[in-house]
Design a protein around this ligand. Structure first.
Ligand code: NAP
Length: 468
Protein backbone atom coordinates (compact mmCIF):
# COMPACT_ATOMS: atom_id res chain seq x y z
CA UNK A 1 0.00 0.00 0.00
CA UNK A 2 1.23 3.44 -0.80
CA UNK A 3 2.59 4.71 2.48
CA UNK A 4 2.23 8.42 1.87
CA UNK A 5 -0.15 10.05 4.34
CA UNK A 6 -3.63 10.65 3.02
CA UNK A 7 -5.29 13.89 3.67
CA UNK A 8 -9.04 13.60 3.41
CA UNK A 9 -10.07 16.76 1.61
CA UNK A 10 -13.33 18.34 2.54
CA UNK A 11 -13.20 21.80 0.97
CA UNK A 12 -14.38 22.92 -2.47
CA UNK A 13 -12.30 21.35 -5.20
CA UNK A 14 -10.17 23.87 -7.01
CA UNK A 15 -10.26 22.77 -10.61
CA UNK A 16 -7.11 23.09 -12.69
CA UNK A 17 -7.58 24.22 -16.31
CA UNK A 18 -8.35 21.38 -18.72
CA UNK A 19 -5.08 21.71 -20.64
CA UNK A 20 -3.09 21.23 -17.39
CA UNK A 21 -5.21 18.22 -16.39
CA UNK A 22 -5.03 16.78 -19.84
CA UNK A 23 -1.23 17.15 -20.01
CA UNK A 24 -0.77 15.55 -16.57
CA UNK A 25 -3.27 12.80 -17.40
CA UNK A 26 -1.67 11.88 -20.71
CA UNK A 27 1.76 11.80 -19.08
CA UNK A 28 0.38 9.19 -16.61
CA UNK A 29 -1.06 7.20 -19.52
CA UNK A 30 2.22 7.27 -21.45
CA UNK A 31 4.21 6.34 -18.34
CA UNK A 32 1.84 3.44 -17.69
CA UNK A 33 2.09 2.25 -21.27
CA UNK A 34 5.90 2.40 -21.36
CA UNK A 35 6.53 0.78 -17.98
CA UNK A 36 3.55 -1.49 -17.37
CA UNK A 37 5.35 -4.65 -18.52
CA UNK A 38 8.25 -3.92 -16.18
CA UNK A 39 5.93 -3.11 -13.27
CA UNK A 40 3.93 -6.31 -13.81
CA UNK A 41 6.92 -8.62 -14.33
CA UNK A 42 6.16 -10.49 -11.09
CA UNK A 43 2.76 -11.58 -12.47
CA UNK A 44 2.14 -14.77 -14.41
CA UNK A 45 0.06 -14.71 -17.55
CA UNK A 46 -2.59 -16.04 -17.36
CA UNK A 47 -2.99 -15.26 -13.70
CA UNK A 48 -3.35 -18.53 -11.77
CA UNK A 49 -6.79 -18.68 -10.18
CA UNK A 50 -8.01 -20.81 -7.27
CA UNK A 51 -10.88 -23.29 -7.87
CA UNK A 52 -14.07 -21.26 -8.00
CA UNK A 53 -16.78 -23.91 -7.61
CA UNK A 54 -19.94 -22.49 -6.05
CA UNK A 55 -18.89 -18.93 -6.88
CA UNK A 56 -21.30 -16.93 -9.06
CA UNK A 57 -19.85 -14.02 -11.00
CA UNK A 58 -21.49 -11.47 -13.29
CA UNK A 59 -19.21 -9.93 -15.90
CA UNK A 60 -20.69 -7.04 -17.89
CA UNK A 61 -19.42 -6.48 -21.43
CA UNK A 62 -17.96 -9.98 -21.69
CA UNK A 63 -18.18 -10.24 -25.48
CA UNK A 64 -14.94 -8.40 -26.12
CA UNK A 65 -11.53 -7.45 -24.73
CA UNK A 66 -10.89 -7.50 -20.99
CA UNK A 67 -14.42 -8.65 -20.09
CA UNK A 68 -14.27 -11.58 -22.49
CA UNK A 69 -10.97 -12.79 -20.99
CA UNK A 70 -12.23 -12.24 -17.45
CA UNK A 71 -15.40 -14.27 -18.05
CA UNK A 72 -13.48 -17.04 -19.85
CA UNK A 73 -10.90 -17.49 -17.09
CA UNK A 74 -13.49 -17.38 -14.30
CA UNK A 75 -15.55 -20.04 -16.09
CA UNK A 76 -12.48 -22.20 -16.77
CA UNK A 77 -11.73 -22.10 -13.03
CA UNK A 78 -15.17 -23.49 -12.23
CA UNK A 79 -17.17 -20.33 -11.48
CA UNK A 80 -20.80 -19.95 -12.54
CA UNK A 81 -20.55 -17.00 -14.90
CA UNK A 82 -23.32 -14.72 -16.03
CA UNK A 83 -22.32 -12.90 -19.21
CA UNK A 84 -24.26 -9.63 -19.03
CA UNK A 85 -24.11 -8.42 -22.62
CA UNK A 86 -26.02 -6.46 -25.19
CA UNK A 87 -25.17 -8.80 -28.07
CA UNK A 88 -26.32 -12.22 -26.92
CA UNK A 89 -25.54 -14.14 -30.12
CA UNK A 90 -21.84 -13.17 -29.83
CA UNK A 91 -21.86 -14.50 -26.27
CA UNK A 92 -23.45 -17.82 -27.32
CA UNK A 93 -20.82 -18.25 -30.06
CA UNK A 94 -18.07 -17.61 -27.49
CA UNK A 95 -19.48 -20.20 -25.11
CA UNK A 96 -19.53 -22.80 -27.92
CA UNK A 97 -15.92 -21.98 -28.73
CA UNK A 98 -14.81 -22.18 -25.10
CA UNK A 99 -16.64 -25.44 -24.60
CA UNK A 100 -14.83 -26.88 -27.62
CA UNK A 101 -11.50 -25.73 -26.14
CA UNK A 102 -12.43 -27.62 -22.96
CA UNK A 103 -13.56 -30.74 -24.82
CA UNK A 104 -13.40 -33.79 -22.59
CA UNK A 105 -13.51 -31.82 -19.30
CA UNK A 106 -16.55 -30.76 -17.29
CA UNK A 107 -19.20 -28.54 -18.87
CA UNK A 108 -18.67 -24.85 -18.34
CA UNK A 109 -21.34 -23.15 -16.27
CA UNK A 110 -22.11 -19.98 -18.23
CA UNK A 111 -25.34 -18.14 -18.76
CA UNK A 112 -26.09 -15.22 -21.03
CA UNK A 113 -28.37 -12.39 -19.99
CA UNK A 114 -29.21 -9.25 -21.90
CA UNK A 115 -27.97 -5.96 -20.49
CA UNK A 116 -27.77 -2.73 -22.44
CA UNK A 117 -26.20 -0.02 -20.33
CA UNK A 118 -27.52 2.65 -22.67
CA UNK A 119 -30.93 1.94 -21.19
CA UNK A 120 -31.63 2.29 -17.46
CA UNK A 121 -34.77 0.21 -17.89
CA UNK A 122 -32.63 -2.63 -19.28
CA UNK A 123 -30.55 -2.42 -16.07
CA UNK A 124 -33.66 -2.54 -13.89
CA UNK A 125 -35.00 -5.51 -15.89
CA UNK A 126 -31.69 -7.36 -15.55
CA UNK A 127 -31.46 -6.74 -11.80
CA UNK A 128 -35.08 -7.77 -11.21
CA UNK A 129 -34.56 -11.03 -13.11
CA UNK A 130 -31.36 -11.79 -11.23
CA UNK A 131 -32.73 -10.91 -7.77
CA UNK A 132 -35.94 -12.86 -8.37
CA UNK A 133 -33.93 -16.10 -8.36
CA UNK A 134 -32.99 -15.51 -4.71
CA UNK A 135 -29.59 -17.03 -5.38
CA UNK A 136 -26.36 -15.76 -3.86
CA UNK A 137 -24.08 -13.60 -5.97
CA UNK A 138 -20.42 -13.45 -4.96
CA UNK A 139 -18.82 -11.22 -7.61
CA UNK A 140 -20.13 -8.41 -9.79
CA UNK A 141 -17.57 -7.13 -12.30
CA UNK A 142 -18.62 -3.85 -13.86
CA UNK A 143 -16.36 -4.11 -16.88
CA UNK A 144 -18.42 -2.87 -19.85
CA UNK A 145 -17.39 0.54 -21.00
CA UNK A 146 -17.00 2.80 -23.99
CA UNK A 147 -14.64 5.50 -25.15
CA UNK A 148 -15.82 7.12 -28.38
CA UNK A 149 -12.61 9.01 -28.98
CA UNK A 150 -13.09 12.16 -31.02
CA UNK A 151 -16.81 11.56 -31.51
CA UNK A 152 -19.40 14.32 -30.98
CA UNK A 153 -21.57 14.38 -27.88
CA UNK A 154 -24.38 11.82 -27.85
CA UNK A 155 -27.17 11.06 -25.43
CA UNK A 156 -28.85 7.89 -24.30
CA UNK A 157 -32.61 7.52 -24.45
CA UNK A 158 -32.60 8.32 -20.74
CA UNK A 159 -31.18 11.72 -21.63
CA UNK A 160 -27.65 11.21 -20.31
CA UNK A 161 -24.35 11.71 -22.09
CA UNK A 162 -23.37 8.23 -23.30
CA UNK A 163 -19.94 7.87 -21.59
CA UNK A 164 -21.50 9.01 -18.33
CA UNK A 165 -24.34 6.51 -18.63
CA UNK A 166 -22.45 3.45 -19.93
CA UNK A 167 -19.30 3.79 -17.82
CA UNK A 168 -20.84 5.12 -14.64
CA UNK A 169 -24.57 5.71 -14.15
CA UNK A 170 -25.94 2.41 -15.44
CA UNK A 171 -23.31 0.27 -13.63
CA UNK A 172 -23.97 2.28 -10.46
CA UNK A 173 -27.70 1.50 -10.75
CA UNK A 174 -26.88 -2.14 -11.41
CA UNK A 175 -24.58 -2.40 -8.37
CA UNK A 176 -27.15 -0.88 -6.04
CA UNK A 177 -30.06 -2.94 -7.34
CA UNK A 178 -28.03 -6.15 -7.01
CA UNK A 179 -27.21 -5.52 -3.34
CA UNK A 180 -29.85 -8.05 -2.15
CA UNK A 181 -28.18 -10.85 -4.18
CA UNK A 182 -24.71 -9.71 -3.09
CA UNK A 183 -25.76 -9.82 0.56
CA UNK A 184 -26.96 -13.39 0.03
CA UNK A 185 -23.57 -14.26 -1.47
CA UNK A 186 -21.48 -12.50 1.16
CA UNK A 187 -18.58 -12.27 1.50
CA UNK A 188 -19.01 -10.74 -1.92
CA UNK A 189 -17.34 -8.10 -4.06
CA UNK A 190 -18.22 -5.35 -6.50
CA UNK A 191 -15.34 -4.73 -8.87
CA UNK A 192 -15.22 -1.78 -11.22
CA UNK A 193 -12.88 -1.72 -14.17
CA UNK A 194 -11.57 1.81 -13.92
CA UNK A 195 -8.75 3.55 -15.81
CA UNK A 196 -5.61 5.56 -15.20
CA UNK A 197 -7.36 8.21 -17.28
CA UNK A 198 -9.44 9.09 -14.22
CA UNK A 199 -6.44 11.28 -13.31
CA UNK A 200 -7.51 13.80 -15.92
CA UNK A 201 -11.19 13.65 -15.01
CA UNK A 202 -13.15 16.26 -13.10
CA UNK A 203 -16.64 16.07 -11.74
CA UNK A 204 -18.97 19.03 -11.73
CA UNK A 205 -22.12 17.77 -10.07
CA UNK A 206 -24.07 20.70 -11.53
CA UNK A 207 -23.23 19.61 -15.05
CA UNK A 208 -22.27 15.94 -15.17
CA UNK A 209 -24.05 15.70 -18.50
CA UNK A 210 -21.98 18.49 -20.14
CA UNK A 211 -25.14 20.31 -21.24
CA UNK A 212 -24.91 23.67 -19.49
CA UNK A 213 -22.01 24.82 -21.61
CA UNK A 214 -19.84 25.42 -18.49
CA UNK A 215 -17.21 23.06 -19.86
CA UNK A 216 -16.96 22.39 -23.58
CA UNK A 217 -17.59 18.73 -24.34
CA UNK A 218 -14.99 16.38 -25.69
CA UNK A 219 -14.98 12.58 -25.43
CA UNK A 220 -11.71 12.42 -23.44
CA UNK A 221 -13.18 14.71 -20.76
CA UNK A 222 -16.38 12.65 -20.71
CA UNK A 223 -14.56 9.31 -20.47
CA UNK A 224 -12.03 10.35 -17.82
CA UNK A 225 -14.68 12.14 -15.77
CA UNK A 226 -16.97 9.11 -15.83
CA UNK A 227 -14.11 7.04 -14.41
CA UNK A 228 -13.34 9.59 -11.67
CA UNK A 229 -17.03 9.79 -10.74
CA UNK A 230 -17.02 6.00 -10.51
CA UNK A 231 -14.30 5.97 -7.83
CA UNK A 232 -16.03 8.74 -5.86
CA UNK A 233 -19.42 7.04 -5.95
CA UNK A 234 -18.11 3.62 -4.93
CA UNK A 235 -16.01 5.13 -2.16
CA UNK A 236 -19.20 6.44 -0.58
CA UNK A 237 -20.97 3.13 -1.22
CA UNK A 238 -18.17 1.26 0.56
CA UNK A 239 -18.49 3.61 3.51
CA UNK A 240 -22.27 3.18 3.69
CA UNK A 241 -22.20 -0.60 3.57
CA UNK A 242 -22.11 -1.94 7.11
CA UNK A 243 -19.41 -4.50 7.88
CA UNK A 244 -22.07 -7.18 8.52
CA UNK A 245 -23.27 -6.89 4.91
CA UNK A 246 -19.95 -8.47 3.90
CA UNK A 247 -19.71 -6.63 0.59
CA UNK A 248 -16.37 -5.18 -0.51
CA UNK A 249 -16.04 -2.55 -3.20
CA UNK A 250 -12.96 -2.24 -5.37
CA UNK A 251 -11.83 -0.33 -8.43
CA UNK A 252 -9.10 -1.72 -10.66
CA UNK A 253 -6.94 -0.34 -13.41
CA UNK A 254 -6.34 -2.87 -16.22
CA UNK A 255 -3.34 -1.08 -17.75
CA UNK A 256 -3.18 0.05 -21.36
CA UNK A 257 -4.68 -2.87 -23.18
CA UNK A 258 -5.02 -3.94 -26.80
CA UNK A 259 -8.79 -4.39 -27.20
CA UNK A 260 -11.65 -3.15 -29.35
CA UNK A 261 -11.78 0.04 -27.32
CA UNK A 262 -10.33 1.89 -30.34
CA UNK A 263 -13.20 0.84 -32.62
CA UNK A 264 -14.34 4.44 -33.07
CA UNK A 265 -10.95 5.80 -34.03
CA UNK A 266 -10.16 6.61 -37.66
CA UNK A 267 -8.71 3.57 -39.47
CA UNK A 268 -5.31 5.28 -39.81
CA UNK A 269 -5.00 5.86 -36.06
CA UNK A 270 -6.20 2.30 -35.37
CA UNK A 271 -3.36 1.10 -37.61
CA UNK A 272 -0.82 3.03 -35.49
CA UNK A 273 -2.36 1.61 -32.33
CA UNK A 274 -1.91 -1.90 -33.69
CA UNK A 275 1.78 -1.18 -34.30
CA UNK A 276 2.55 -0.77 -30.60
CA UNK A 277 1.51 -4.10 -29.08
CA UNK A 278 5.02 -4.43 -27.63
CA UNK A 279 3.98 -1.91 -25.02
CA UNK A 280 0.30 -2.72 -24.77
CA UNK A 281 -1.02 -5.50 -22.56
CA UNK A 282 -2.96 -8.27 -24.28
CA UNK A 283 -6.58 -8.64 -23.12
CA UNK A 284 -5.44 -11.60 -21.02
CA UNK A 285 -2.81 -9.47 -19.28
CA UNK A 286 -5.33 -6.66 -18.91
CA UNK A 287 -7.80 -8.97 -17.17
CA UNK A 288 -5.36 -9.77 -14.33
CA UNK A 289 -6.23 -6.87 -12.04
CA UNK A 290 -9.98 -7.66 -12.19
CA UNK A 291 -9.34 -11.37 -11.69
CA UNK A 292 -6.98 -10.66 -8.81
CA UNK A 293 -9.57 -8.38 -7.19
CA UNK A 294 -12.25 -11.04 -7.69
CA UNK A 295 -10.32 -14.00 -6.32
CA UNK A 296 -7.50 -12.93 -4.02
CA UNK A 297 -8.38 -14.02 -0.48
CA UNK A 298 -7.00 -10.75 0.90
CA UNK A 299 -9.14 -7.70 0.31
CA UNK A 300 -6.78 -4.75 0.69
CA UNK A 301 -7.51 -2.54 3.66
CA UNK A 302 -9.62 0.13 2.14
CA UNK A 303 -8.24 3.42 2.86
CA UNK A 304 -11.17 5.76 3.33
CA UNK A 305 -11.83 8.31 1.81
CA UNK A 306 -11.58 6.08 -1.25
CA UNK A 307 -12.49 2.45 -1.80
CA UNK A 308 -9.66 0.00 -2.51
CA UNK A 309 -7.90 0.64 -5.82
CA UNK A 310 -5.86 -2.14 -7.47
CA UNK A 311 -3.24 -1.24 -10.06
CA UNK A 312 -2.57 -2.96 -13.39
CA UNK A 313 0.19 -4.88 -11.61
CA UNK A 314 -2.25 -6.11 -8.94
CA UNK A 315 -1.04 -4.03 -6.02
CA UNK A 316 -3.10 -1.63 -3.93
CA UNK A 317 -2.48 1.91 -5.07
CA UNK A 318 -3.85 5.42 -4.67
CA UNK A 319 -6.56 6.94 -6.77
CA UNK A 320 -6.26 10.57 -7.92
CA UNK A 321 -6.32 13.34 -5.33
CA UNK A 322 -9.76 14.53 -6.48
CA UNK A 323 -11.22 11.18 -5.44
CA UNK A 324 -10.10 11.82 -1.85
CA UNK A 325 -12.36 14.80 -1.43
CA UNK A 326 -15.11 13.46 0.83
CA UNK A 327 -17.36 16.44 0.32
CA UNK A 328 -17.17 16.14 -3.47
CA UNK A 329 -17.62 12.35 -3.25
CA UNK A 330 -20.77 12.80 -1.19
CA UNK A 331 -22.06 15.30 -3.74
CA UNK A 332 -21.41 12.78 -6.50
CA UNK A 333 -23.24 10.11 -4.48
CA UNK A 334 -26.30 12.28 -3.99
CA UNK A 335 -26.40 13.59 -7.54
CA UNK A 336 -25.97 10.10 -8.98
CA UNK A 337 -28.80 8.62 -6.93
CA UNK A 338 -30.95 11.48 -8.07
CA UNK A 339 -30.04 10.86 -11.72
CA UNK A 340 -30.78 7.15 -11.54
CA UNK A 341 -34.01 7.72 -9.62
CA UNK A 342 -33.11 6.21 -6.26
CA UNK A 343 -33.70 7.65 -2.80
CA UNK A 344 -30.75 8.74 -0.65
CA UNK A 345 -31.28 5.94 1.85
CA UNK A 346 -31.48 3.26 -0.83
CA UNK A 347 -28.62 1.18 0.59
CA UNK A 348 -30.14 1.06 4.07
CA UNK A 349 -33.58 0.25 2.59
CA UNK A 350 -32.32 -2.57 0.42
CA UNK A 351 -30.28 -4.08 3.21
CA UNK A 352 -33.44 -4.15 5.32
CA UNK A 353 -35.25 -5.97 2.51
CA UNK A 354 -37.36 -2.99 1.40
CA UNK A 355 -38.14 -1.79 -2.16
CA UNK A 356 -35.63 0.51 -3.84
CA UNK A 357 -37.39 2.57 -6.49
CA UNK A 358 -39.18 5.86 -5.93
CA UNK A 359 -42.87 5.33 -5.53
CA UNK A 360 -44.93 7.96 -3.76
CA UNK A 361 -42.07 10.38 -3.29
CA UNK A 362 -42.02 11.01 -7.00
CA UNK A 363 -44.92 13.47 -6.90
CA UNK A 364 -43.37 15.62 -4.18
CA UNK A 365 -40.08 15.48 -5.97
CA UNK A 366 -41.69 16.52 -9.21
CA UNK A 367 -43.41 19.50 -7.58
CA UNK A 368 -40.10 20.66 -6.08
CA UNK A 369 -38.43 20.29 -9.45
CA UNK A 370 -41.09 22.41 -11.13
CA UNK A 371 -40.42 25.24 -8.67
CA UNK A 372 -36.71 24.87 -9.21
CA UNK A 373 -37.20 24.81 -12.95
CA UNK A 374 -39.15 28.04 -13.02
CA UNK A 375 -36.26 29.79 -11.31
CA UNK A 376 -33.80 28.11 -13.66
CA UNK A 377 -35.65 29.26 -16.74
CA UNK A 378 -35.33 32.89 -15.56
CA UNK A 379 -31.62 32.42 -15.07
CA UNK A 380 -30.75 30.55 -18.23
CA UNK A 381 -33.07 31.95 -20.89
CA UNK A 382 -33.28 28.48 -22.24
CA UNK A 383 -35.72 25.70 -22.53
CA UNK A 384 -36.12 23.76 -19.37
CA UNK A 385 -37.66 20.37 -19.36
CA UNK A 386 -38.47 18.44 -16.25
CA UNK A 387 -39.47 14.87 -16.61
CA UNK A 388 -41.42 12.37 -14.58
CA UNK A 389 -38.60 11.43 -12.28
CA UNK A 390 -37.51 14.98 -11.81
CA UNK A 391 -34.58 14.98 -14.18
CA UNK A 392 -34.03 18.42 -15.50
CA UNK A 393 -32.72 19.33 -18.92
CA UNK A 394 -31.68 22.87 -19.62
CA UNK A 395 -30.92 23.74 -23.17
CA UNK A 396 -29.33 26.84 -24.58
CA UNK A 397 -29.93 28.35 -27.97
CA UNK A 398 -27.18 26.36 -29.65
CA UNK A 399 -28.05 23.16 -27.88
CA UNK A 400 -31.64 22.54 -28.73
CA UNK A 401 -31.46 19.00 -29.86
CA UNK A 402 -30.70 18.02 -26.27
CA UNK A 403 -34.01 19.38 -25.04
CA UNK A 404 -35.91 17.61 -27.73
CA UNK A 405 -34.03 14.48 -26.99
CA UNK A 406 -34.83 14.79 -23.32
CA UNK A 407 -38.47 15.28 -24.16
CA UNK A 408 -38.39 12.21 -26.32
CA UNK A 409 -36.81 10.06 -23.66
CA UNK A 410 -39.24 11.41 -21.09
CA UNK A 411 -42.24 10.62 -23.24
CA UNK A 412 -40.92 7.17 -23.98
CA UNK A 413 -40.51 6.67 -20.22
CA UNK A 414 -44.11 7.72 -19.69
CA UNK A 415 -45.37 5.26 -22.25
CA UNK A 416 -45.71 7.77 -25.08
CA UNK A 417 -48.93 9.29 -23.77
CA UNK A 418 -48.92 13.07 -23.25
CA UNK A 419 -49.85 15.61 -25.86
CA UNK A 420 -47.18 18.16 -25.23
CA UNK A 421 -46.46 21.16 -27.40
CA UNK A 422 -43.35 23.23 -27.43
CA UNK A 423 -44.28 26.39 -29.33
CA UNK A 424 -45.56 25.12 -32.63
CA UNK A 425 -43.90 21.76 -32.22
CA UNK A 426 -45.76 18.68 -31.25
CA UNK A 427 -43.21 16.99 -29.02
CA UNK A 428 -45.21 13.81 -29.12
CA UNK A 429 -44.74 13.62 -32.90
CA UNK A 430 -41.01 14.18 -32.48
CA UNK A 431 -40.93 11.46 -29.88
CA UNK A 432 -42.83 9.06 -32.12
CA UNK A 433 -40.33 9.73 -34.86
CA UNK A 434 -37.36 8.97 -32.66
CA UNK A 435 -38.95 6.02 -30.98
CA UNK A 436 -39.37 4.42 -34.38
CA UNK A 437 -35.61 4.60 -35.02
CA UNK A 438 -33.24 1.79 -34.22
CA UNK A 439 -32.92 1.26 -30.44
CA UNK A 440 -29.18 0.94 -30.70
CA UNK A 441 -28.78 4.29 -32.41
CA UNK A 442 -28.79 6.78 -29.62
CA UNK A 443 -27.61 9.77 -31.55
CA UNK A 444 -30.10 12.52 -32.13
CA UNK A 445 -30.07 15.30 -34.62
CA UNK A 446 -32.71 17.92 -34.57
CA UNK A 447 -34.44 18.01 -37.98
CA UNK A 448 -33.76 21.33 -39.70
CA UNK A 449 -37.42 22.37 -39.81
CA UNK A 450 -37.87 21.80 -36.09
CA UNK A 451 -34.65 23.58 -35.26
CA UNK A 452 -35.78 26.60 -37.27
CA UNK A 453 -39.16 26.57 -35.52
CA UNK A 454 -37.47 26.39 -32.16
CA UNK A 455 -35.07 29.22 -32.92
CA UNK A 456 -37.91 31.43 -34.08
CA UNK A 457 -39.75 30.64 -30.89
CA UNK A 458 -36.75 31.38 -28.71
CA UNK A 459 -36.06 34.63 -30.51
CA UNK A 460 -39.41 35.88 -29.33
CA UNK A 461 -37.64 35.86 -25.96
CA UNK A 462 -40.27 33.91 -24.19
CA UNK A 463 -39.21 32.11 -21.06
CA UNK A 464 -39.94 28.66 -22.25
CA UNK A 465 -40.72 26.06 -19.70
CA UNK A 466 -41.93 22.63 -20.48
CA UNK A 467 -42.94 20.20 -17.82
CA UNK A 468 -43.86 16.78 -19.05
N1 NAP B 1 -8.34 -1.06 -23.27
C1 NAP B 1 -7.75 -0.25 -22.43
O1 NAP B 1 -6.61 0.17 -22.63
C2 NAP B 1 -8.46 0.16 -21.16
C3 NAP B 1 -7.75 0.95 -20.25
C4 NAP B 1 -8.38 1.35 -19.07
C5 NAP B 1 -9.68 0.95 -18.81
N2 NAP B 1 -10.33 0.18 -19.72
C6 NAP B 1 -11.72 -0.21 -19.37
O2 NAP B 1 -11.86 -1.60 -19.53
C7 NAP B 1 -13.23 -1.92 -19.75
C8 NAP B 1 -13.34 -2.90 -20.90
O3 NAP B 1 -12.91 -2.26 -22.09
P1 NAP B 1 -12.12 -3.01 -23.24
O4 NAP B 1 -10.83 -2.30 -23.41
O5 NAP B 1 -12.11 -4.45 -23.04
O6 NAP B 1 -13.01 -2.57 -24.51
P2 NAP B 1 -13.85 -3.40 -25.54
O7 NAP B 1 -13.03 -4.48 -26.17
O8 NAP B 1 -14.43 -2.37 -26.44
O9 NAP B 1 -15.01 -4.07 -24.67
C9 NAP B 1 -16.04 -3.32 -24.12
C10 NAP B 1 -17.20 -4.21 -23.75
O10 NAP B 1 -18.22 -3.39 -23.20
C11 NAP B 1 -19.43 -3.67 -23.89
N3 NAP B 1 -20.33 -2.52 -23.97
C12 NAP B 1 -20.09 -1.31 -24.54
N4 NAP B 1 -21.20 -0.56 -24.48
C13 NAP B 1 -22.16 -1.31 -23.85
C14 NAP B 1 -23.50 -1.10 -23.52
N5 NAP B 1 -24.15 0.03 -23.83
N6 NAP B 1 -24.17 -2.08 -22.86
C15 NAP B 1 -23.57 -3.24 -22.57
N7 NAP B 1 -22.30 -3.51 -22.89
C16 NAP B 1 -21.60 -2.55 -23.53
C17 NAP B 1 -19.01 -4.06 -25.29
O11 NAP B 1 -20.07 -4.77 -25.92
P3 NAP B 1 -20.18 -4.78 -27.52
O12 NAP B 1 -19.11 -5.71 -27.97
O13 NAP B 1 -21.57 -5.27 -27.74
O14 NAP B 1 -19.95 -3.38 -27.98
C18 NAP B 1 -17.80 -4.92 -24.98
O15 NAP B 1 -18.19 -6.22 -24.64
C19 NAP B 1 -13.93 -0.60 -20.01
O16 NAP B 1 -14.59 -0.20 -18.83
C20 NAP B 1 -12.78 0.36 -20.29
O17 NAP B 1 -13.09 1.69 -19.94
C21 NAP B 1 -9.78 -0.22 -20.90
Amino acid sequence: MDSSPHSSLTGKVKRRPWWVKSLTGWSYVIYEMLFQRMQARHLKNPLPLPPLDNVTCIVTGSTSGIGLETARQLAFSGARVVMAVRNQSVAFDLIKKWQTERYGTTLLSIEVMELNLLSLSSVVKFAKALNSRSKPLQVLINNAGMFSMGEPQKFSKDGYETHLQVNFLAPALLSILLLPSLVKGSPSRIINVNSIMHYMGFVDTDDMNFTLGKEKFNSTKAYSSSKLAQIMFYSVLQKRLPLEAGISVLCVSPGTVHTNVTRDLPKLVQGDYNLIPVFLFSAQEGSRSALHAATDPEIPEHDWPTCAYISHYCRPTRAAKEAHNTRAANEVWEKTLDMIGLPLDVVEKLLQGEEAMYKWGIFIKRFMMILHTISCSFLHHGIVIVNEIGQEFVSHKDNMDISLFAAQSTISMMGGNPSVRLGSIDIHKVAQHYMSTDEADCSFTCPAALAADLSAWQHRRALPLLVV
